[in-house]
Design a protein around this ligand. Sequence first.
Ligand SMILES: Cc1cc2nc3c(=O)[nH]c(=O)nc-3n(C[C@H](O)[C@H](O)[C@H](O)COP(=O)(O)O)c2cc1C
Ligand code: FES
Length: 617
Amino acid sequence: MSEQQISARKQGNKLKLPRAVGKGRQVDPKALAEVQALLGDESRQKDLLIEHLHKIQDAYQHISAPHLVALAREMKLSKAEVYEVATFYHHFDIIKENETPPPALTVRVCESLTCDMMGAQGLIDSLEDGMGDDVRVQRVPCIGRCDKAPVAVVGMNPIEHADVAKVEQAVAAKAIEPEQITPIEFDAYVENGGYETYRACMNGTYSIDKVLDSMDDSGLRGLGGAGFPAGRKWRIVRDQPDPKLMAINIDEGEPGTFKDKYYLDRDPHCFLEGALIAAWAVGINEIYIYLRDEYAAIRESLTVEIAKLKANSPVENLPTIHLRRGAGAYICGEESAMIESIEGKRGMPRLRPPFVAQVGLFGRPTLEHNMESVYWVRDILEKGPQCLTDHGRNGRVGLRSFSVSGRVNKPGVHLAPAGITMQELIDEYCGGMTEGHTFYGYFPGGASGGILPASMGNIPLDFDTLNEYSNLITTALKEQSVHLIITGDENIIFEGNKENFIQVMINTINNAKEAVCKKSDIEKIILIDVKQNEHHVIEINLTDSGGGVSEEITQKIFEPYFSTKEDRNGTGLGLFIARKYVVNEFKGSIGTSNVHFEYEGEKYFGANFKISLPFSE
Ligand SMILES: Cc1cc2nc3c(=O)[nH]c(=O)nc-3n(C[C@H](O)[C@H](O)[C@H](O)COP(=O)(O)O)c2cc1C
Ligand code: FES
């Protein structure tokens, strides 16, 4: 029995394969030859499964059952495993034998919050009516271009501020390739002193202790959301047994977040140099970079720039750098799910302990970082820790990259002092609200986090300051709680007074539900309403509501909180989703069919409480 089957069996799930890929299916010689041609002489090792699935999807715009079976044979994997992995990821179109493949061209339209606010729904309706049978119009979650909303992607070509005419034009011109980006390339980077700091580390000019001290002194905290001190993480992983690995997280799937893209569009080598320095300091020889599939232009650019780096290595023993491609699964931003995905599996989060620092990628101790966390390393060493510590406001220290989208004059990534308030950010960095809109509310942690009203626009924005207000029910909890929908970093969406707030919340909840996992995995969405020292828990049972959140339900829940000015004061909403498989896992470990999740309510909500999720098979 495969690992997959054992784990499915443990969870009480029976693997059901469609007949087309089921037990008796023979390998089709033509499909096998096609798969062999696509894979060429590349390794067939198991962890490359997702990479190889991409090759088939790219070549045929779908993955047929005979191709799946052929790939399983070629990689010496079970058909069940290949099928389970392929169907987990949204970007693979698995077509059974009796099904019709999708049209060769797909136009994807983002329907997440900011795009929705900026007219995505109307755009989708018009495209669905007008595109004809040769083009598939698909609704997709955030693609990391929220500052240019609404956004459509024709093939791989992103159309910013999209309208029907622009999309039709791209389709007619067969303009389907990723856009051109113009990052600082290898030669230019080196000419400006790039990789000198890395060289100085390797030749002994800097000692490991000095580098670790500088990291501590800078106060740099992980910028993937958890805010764990980077220097401390390096020391922890450094103390683990060899061989150790590094995994860089560029999944950036949280609706409203696009800061990693911003830096990679401009300066990929600064990130690579930081990763190499971290690898040296921690004692790592292999780096895996996990890049979300939506960033096709960055993938092309990174492939080229990594090749140049390898060909002109600034040091003798450059660590091996692997670039891995995500496949459209929000949950793969969670570090352990990302690791599963890099290993060629479904992106199912692991239970902890053990932590990935101890048992991570391929079972090895792993230094896992958000891309931006290592992006700052070069500056910290060259300019000194004060390049970060000299900044900060309202008692906070450091710099933060705020992804801002919505009704402001200058949306985009703004590098601003930690602790700046929303109101200050709007006034000083974003050029104020757009005409006809007043500041109404904001999502300090992306669409999956909570929403705060404008009356709470004077809270310092930083990792922990928001905990007090509980709109992010996350920061400390999320590392242990895979069923929480959490925030990325600070990313902010403004809601102007013209929008229908209820629609925004419906979008947010439904999007979160779609994004985190397959519908069938979700039992409930739980909203936590916090008013000063009170809280209460609102459960939306998705089974009852047909798997979605209706306008009626949402209206009932949210309207009172935002309808009057008074109500808006001191109200925060947190949102998380209870996933069936998590419940399954817990059930297995405590042997009861009634599972209780207990949260540190006192710390986060001013009172202790329990959430009980009854589980039935
Ligand atoms: C559901 C979920 C999604 C996440 N998505 C991302 C992501 O897209 N990028 C990221 O760097 N971290 C993401 N994280 C946080 C990672 O699990 C991890 O804390 C982070 O990558 C650690 O790197 P850092 O120390 O540099 O912040 C996510 C966490 C959860 C629970
Ligand atoms: S690109 Fe549409 S919300 Fe982010």
